[in-house]
Design a protein around this ligand. Sequence first.
Ligand SMILES: Cc1ncc(COP(=O)(O)OP(=O)(O)O)c(N)n1
Ligand SMILES: Cc1ncsc1CCOP(=O)(O)O
Ligand SMILES: [Mg+2]
Length: 203
Amino acid sequence: MDDSVRPELSLVDKALRLLAGGARVLQLRMKHTPPREALAAARAVVARCREAGCVCLINDRVDLALLSDAHGVHVGDEDLPPEAARELLGPARYVGVTARGTEGARAALAAGADYVGVGPLFGTTTKVVQAPVLGLEAFRRVVADSPLPVVGIGGVGLANIAQVAATGAHGAAVVSDALLAQDIAERVRQLAAAFDSARGTGL
Ligand SMILES: Cc1ncc(COP(=O)(O)OP(=O)(O)O)c(N)n1
Ligand SMILES: Cc1ncsc1CCOP(=O)(O)O
Ligand SMILES: [Mg+2]
């Protein structure tokens, strides 16, 4: 979930719609929300996620993850290193780490990550990413090599999520395809169904 996509909806409203569709993991990505507002949003969203049995991760901000009692954090190259995130969060919370390919995924494992977010898998409009598009074949190689759960991110939507699942990836992170849908909850249901029916089929 992102604060810059569908900004006319509050973060809590977006979370409720995603949860109504059965989102299993919700990551709160707030690049344009001032800290006090971000803390209030994180607390409210984490509480809604916990009620719904959904894992809630905070992007970038270990401090907000701790203050909101989130399940964990996601960090990339421009954030705290994974080892520092772990030091602050302890063993019971998740630390997810961004990787751009096989080497990055191995480094994330060595740094103590619980999962790797690998991308940009396809082109994305949500973020200007300083890394080339990976493509499905390279992504498949990361999945095959990584002992950690791999989550594909970047341009994933209903049109291609089955291909992501077929690689054996543990999950797919979707922002715009879900949030820009007219019925967000229904789109999440469709995305999850498409992922589940193709997972690991190798098609
Ligand atoms: C699941 C997942 N994978 C990758 C990212 C990207 O994190 P990062 O590289 O730190 O970039 P920003 O999202 O902070 O712009 C992610 N957030 N989630
Ligand atoms: C945060 C991030 N990191 C790589 S691509 C991306 C954005 C994904 O958004 P979308 O699902 O709209 O392409
Ligand atoms: Mg980050």
